[in-house]
Write a protein that binds this ligand. Structure first.
Ligand code: GLN
Ligand code: ZN
Length: 768
């Protein structure tokens, strides 16, 4: 049997036109039956396989597809279903979606970001007393399905150690016992695949790209020795990605048939290890040579040179060329983009184009550079054209960035001084109620935007529509009784794309969607040139909303590090310089808002945490740059202007210092899904500025009761002073319906009122 030469680690699920999302949402709405959904998604899976087959990939993955999330698939496969979702009257697919989305009786499982990406997985809930079992070997089904196309696929499975490390609900000391319960089940899955005739299987252990302890390494030995012992013909590729591995020697010597390494990120750390320690003979090296995280064409010449270095150490026949990680993190194809500037479009490569690059590189490696010479030079020309374009090089922007480097951007006065002035200006009650920025993006709003984009509506008609949506919702927010209002972000499709469209240096695509969580996809802008602000981006809407009410309206901007992390970024200058360019554009926007009587401005940084490098030694630099950029954007305002920020995730403790250094006057963070864990982070520190811990989960359509919200407020007040606490939902409301949003906010305001009353009584009783 000849060895495979090319492979992919995973392929986008969503389809060229987001068919996946549409099918799922139709099913959730009740417009598709379960079997119709199955048929739709199977069609999509086969298309995805076929494309990879046509482009000449030898080893095509299955099991990378999912109905929601591959981590949830793993929990589900092993029967790890939280007690609150067990319901015999429901189909297993319904239960699966309930865990992800919650239902009327139960809150969804927590969701969090997948390593340093903007993909969210459903956090497995595992209790030490759980008895996992193999519920259904879905890989077997997918493997057989691929055989219909004559494909002998490579089933992909999330490895047991990463899976358990991402789970919650047990203590560290219980880890080995749980692992030992799972191990035989993994073996069973693999043996069944072996019996079915699979040759290769990919076991993903991205946790290897973080820093691991000796003890962790011993588990790797235990698990992979067990696989080796129990399998006879099935060959395991232990796959790592996102960054380099620290324990190179130990890992490459594990008894597996192949090792998958990222040769793109981390300044070639894996390549250095390879050079220094070599690579075991007769083992397959799955070499991640094409960047699976960005959208640029590869410098094929450089990639081929790298492959040549690798092949001076590893026998060519043992090299499997592939992307650096699953292509889940890039859009499907450049082909559908008809409106991009040619010099930009020509420099792009999405999943399908990256797969082509893999094939080309394989030819180059095996048949010699001569054969692909023409392609190499064409590709180099494409990249050069963009490199030398005017849009990429704006000298005044570059000069401004240089000017600021080394200057520490601080507010005029410390927080305490500002707070007094702000309180005197806004006169907010105890436990002010507010929301995070966006309001329901109804189909009416999406339709309106579409009409405008298609030129069926003039700018005036569209603006009129946006204004009346704001009027409607300013009224509604006043009726609900919120203290700080928002304009609702109706004019925005997405919190990053919106800014991208207005700033110089950004391009936006038509169909370049990437899955973010569940059926929700985002379309990251492309930062291809120097970033600059032409004219104000948000002043019209926010000043209009403020003119409709006496209550404060919070201005809404997306912060520099989030814009960076949620964009596809040029790679010819440091990403931190790009961040500074964005920050300077925002600084000007904030000035303009202030001049237009907007004195409460929220600068969202929900992506701050996810950009954190996986390796501890790189983290501080990143955090310093994130803080610097935030302050560069926000510090040039008056004392009375209240700067808010918002972040949505729950692992907060470790970056508490950073949060503090941002020096925002008010911060709101997601807390509801982490079931009180966050609150305990605040027990350990003394955070003094104002803060809103989300009091209910907005990722699910369920309306929380007054009592429930009241409880979470009280829980927070155990560790936070009522004078610093704000009451708000976890995140923006754009994905929610009008009715459920109104109900939930009414309950939230009522809960805040009840708590205020009790606090006032307490204060009265204590005679304060
Ligand atoms: N202001 C944004 C909104 O409400 C924040 C979204 C986010 O944090 N992801 O939609
Ligand atoms: Zn959020």
């Amino acid at each position: 049997m000849s060895m495979p030469k090319t492979s992919t680690i995973g392929y986008p699920r969503i389809g060229e036109m987001r068919e996946w999302k549409k099918a799922l949402e139709q099913f959730w709405k009740g417009n598709l039956s379960e079997s119709e959904l199955q048929t739709e998604l199977k069609k999509l899976r086969l298309i995805n396989l076929k494309k990879q087959q046509d482009k000449g990939i030898d080893l095509i993955p299955v099991g990378d597809f999912s109905f929601y999330d591959h981590v949830l698939d793993t929990s589900f496969m092993f029967g790890l279903i939280p007690e609150r979702f067990k319901d015999e009257n429901k189909s297993s697919l319904q239960t699966y979606f309930d865990i992800a989305r919650g239902n009327k009786d139960a809150v969804a499982s927590e969701m969090t970001k997948w390593f340093n990406t903007n993909y969210h997985y459903i956090v497995p809930e595992i209790q030490p007393e759980d008895e996992p079992f193999l519920d259904e070997n879905r890989l077997l089904t997918y493997f057989k399905e691929a055989e219909q196309l004559g494909i002998k696929s490579k089933p992909v499975l999330l490895g047991p150690i990463t899976f358990l490390k991402l789970a919650k609900g047990y203590e560290q000391k219980e880890f080995p016992a749980i692992l030992r319960k799972l191990l035989p089940l993994y073996v069973q899955v693999l043996q069944e695949l072996e019996r079915e005739g699979a040759d290769w299987v990919q076991v993903d252990e991205p946790i290897l790209s973080t820093s691991l302890s000796e003890e962790d390494l011993s588990y790797f030995k235990e698990v992979y020795q067990a696989f080796d012992k129990e399998l006879s013909s099935l060959k395991v590729i232990l796959q790592t990605y996102f960054e380099s591995i620290e324990n190179y020697k130990e890992i490459v010597n594990l008894p597996v048939a192949g090792i998958g390494l990222d040769f793109v990120h981390d300044e070639d750390a894996n390549l250095h290890s390879l050079k220094e320690y070599g690579f075991p003979e007769n083992k397959l090296l799955a070499a991640g040579i094409v960047n699976g995280r960005n959208i640029w064409k590869s410098d094929l010449q450089a990639a081929l040179e790298k492959l040549n270095i690798i092949s001076s150490i590893v026998d060519k026949k043992n090299i499997l060329i592939q992307p650096s990680c699953s292509l889940l993190h890039v859009p499907v194809t450049v082909e559908t983009e008809k409106e991009l500037e040619p010099h930009l479009k020509d420099a792009l490569a999405f999943a399908d184009q990256k797969i082509e690059e893999i094939s080309i590189l394989s030819e180059g490696l095996h048949k010699g550079e001569e054969i692909i010479k023409e392609r190499l030079s064409l590709q180099a020309q494409s990249l050069d054209r963009l490199m030398n374009s005017d849009s990429r090089n704006k000298h005044n922007v570059q000069k401004e960035v240089e000017f600021w480097k080394g200057v520490e951007p601080n507010r005029d006065h410390p927080y305490e001084t500002r707070q007094k002035k702000q309180q005197a200006y806004f006169k907010l009650p105890l436990l002010p109620t507010t929301t995070i920025g966006s309001l329901p993006q109804t189909s009416e709003i999406r339709q309106a935007r579409l009409k405008w984009r298609r030129n069926e509506w003039s700018d005036e008609e569209y603006q009129h529509f946006i204004n009346s949506s704001m009027e409607e919702w300013i009224d509604r927010q006043e009726e609900i009784g919120l203290d700080v209002l928002i304009h609702g972000e109706f004019e925005r499709n997405d919190m990053v794309e919106f800014f991208g469209e207005k700033l110089d240096g950004f391009a936006f695509t038509r169909y370049a969607w990437v899955q973010s969580y569940g059926s929700r996809c985002v379309k990251p802008p492309v930062i291809y040139g120097d970033v600059a602000l032409n004219s104000p981006m948000t002043v019209n809407e926010i000043a209009f909303a403020q003119s409709l009410t006496d209550k404060p309206v919070k201005g809404m901007l997306t912060g520099p590090i989030t814009i960076l992390n949620w964009s596809f970024v040029r790679e010819d200058i440091s990403k931190y310089d790009v961040t500074k360019q964005i920050a300077l554009a925002l600084q000007k926007e904030i000035k303009a808002l202030e001049e237009n009587n907007v004195h409460m401005i929220q600068v969202d940084e929900p992506a701050l945490r996810e950009g954190l490098p996986l390796k501890p030694y790189k983290q501080q630099e990143y955090l310093n740059e994130a803080v610097y950029a935030f302050k560069l954007a926000t510090s040039k305002v008056k004392d009375k202007t209240q700067i808010h920020t918002h972040m949505c995730y729950s692992e907060f403790g470790e970056i508490m210092d950073t949060i503090n250094q941002l020096d925002a006057d008010v911060i709101s963070i997601e807390a509801a899904r982490s079931h009180g864990e966050l609150v305990s982070d605040f027990e350990k520190t003394s955070y003094r500025k104002e803060i809103g811990l989300g009091v209910y989960d907005i990722h699910s359509p369920r309306v929380p009761s007054v009592e429930e919200i009241e409880k979470s407020i009280w829980r927070a007040l155990k560790v936070l002073n009522p004078r610093q606490f704000w009451v708000n939902p976890d995140c923006g409301l754009k994905t929610r319906g009008v009715h459920e949003t109104t109900e939930a906010l009414l309950n939230m305001v009522e809960a805040a009122n009840r708590v205020r009353e009790r606090i006032n009584e307490d204060i009265y009783v204590k005679g304060e």
